[in-house]
Design a protein around this ligand. Structure first.
Ligand SMILES: C[S@@+](CC[C@H](N)C(=O)[O-])C[C@H]1O[C@@H](n2cnc3c(N)ncnc32)[C@H](O)[C@@H]1O
Length: 350
């Protein structure tokens, strides 16, 4: 397995609307059956299907519903509207995490009256954010919009890049007779992302808010760590999940927690982030990510690929950090690229 040293420039052109942290945008593969039948061929109908019936629409959501006679114009508009919706949801989610973190911090101190005032304004802002999220359709609407972005119409599925990398790593695997590889898909919008490979990959999809009964409702941070080696996974997928989480320290916790689920020595972590998180952040870049991942046991970058909007990484868990040297190096929020027009995406490892 080669250790990637320098970021590769991709020639692949993808048309997935990508949104994420601080103005970075995202998307995904298969469309849920609930909306697929009514709207697969018609993006306008699809947007209508995405709008919860009876929901009040804000000026942003009502712009999603503009019906024009031209399907091409409608498709472009729907694509833009979907990206806008995803971006707005990310911005609100991030601000919500910041308010909650401030309240938590002020609880730790027996603070002066000024802290109490800040706490009150944070509480008021939280109520406003939650209201706007609800008006947009909540996490459910966000996931449907992300799924729309993942649809073939919009460019496809991030499992495509992963499969050849897995095949390269497990080249002795008997795909017909051997036991299948176990893959944990965290933040799965569809249970069918790896269906084509089901003869040799057994997928466990989980999500905070499953869009399909085959996906287990689970917060990964609360998922019990496997108690025996047989329950460990060969591959853990975190595709557009880390950037979805608003709190930088919680992003670090997710990465660290993932090490507890993989077979040490061979287990692979598939990490997908919006490209601007890596290439246009004040606090993050490729070198820092590789350094952070190394500190928690992911010492080998098996492969990585920068597409037009997404950064794909496969890391190998060489050794699980269990105290000692590995995992003790802290990575606080630290400015690395003090330039205008950069975003504030950050991962904190404590
Ligand atoms: C942008 S979607 C990504 C979907 C898909 N993996 C993809 O690549 O398009 C992010 C998903 O991560 C889920 N998620 C975020 N934090 C999670 C957690 N702690 N545990 C499980 N799912 C989580 C959200 O519910 C959401 O459905």
């Amino acid at each position: 397995m080669a250790i990637a040293k320098k970021p590769k420039r991709s020639v692949t052109r993808r048309k997935r609307p990508v949104t994420a942290d601080a103005g970075v945008t995202v998307s995904s593969p298969t469309m849920p059956p609930t909306i697929a039948s009514s709207s697969a061929a018609d993006p306008v109908a699809l947007l209508l299907a995405l709008t919860p019936s009876g929901a009040d629409t804000t000026s942003k959501t009502s712009s999603l519903l503009t019906i024009t006679s031209s399907k091409t114009v409608a498709r472009k508009k729907s694509s833009l509207a979907t990206a806008q919706l995803i971006r707005r949801y990310h911005t609100l989610n991030k601000e919500l995490s910041q308010c909650l973190a401030r309240i938590e911090k002020s609880k730790e101190k027996t603070g002066p009256a000024r802290n109490a005032t800040n706490g009150v304004s944070d509480l008021a802002r939280i109520a406003e954010i939650r209201k706007e999220m609800d008006d947009l359709g909540g996490l459910d609407m966000y996931q449907k919009a992300s799924t729309l972005g993942q649809s073939k119409q919009r460019g496809g599925d991030s499992s495509k890049w992963l499969i050849p990398v897995i095949e390269k790593c497990y080249d002795k695997l008997d795909k017909k007779a051997g036991p299948p590889l176990k893959l944990l898909d965290i933040g799965a919008l569809s249970p069918h992302n790896y269906q084509k490979y089901s003869s040799w990959i057994k997928t466990t999809p989980i999500d905070l808010n499953p869009q399909d009964p085959l996906i287990t409702k689970m917060d990964f941070l609360e998922m019990p760590v496997p108690s025996k080696p047989a329950d460990l996974f060969n591959v853990v997928c975190l595709s557009l999940v880390v950037n979805f989480v608003g709190d930088p320290a919680q992003r670090g916790q997710i990465l660290r927690h993932s090490t507890q689920f993989l077979v040490p020595g061979t287990g692979l972590l598939y990490l997908v982030l919006p490209l601007p998180c890596i290439q246009n952040s004040r606090y993050m870049d490729h070198e820092l990510l590789v350094d952070m991942m190394d500190s928690i046991g992911y010492s080998t970058v098996v492969d990585h690929h920068f597409a037009k909007k997404l950064a794909y990484y496969v890391f190998k868990l060489d050794a699980r950090p269990s105290g000692g040297k590995k995992g003790t190096k802290p990575f606080p929020k630290k400015m690395r690229h003090d330039k205008p027009n950069r975003n504030n995406f950050c991962i904190v490892l404590t």
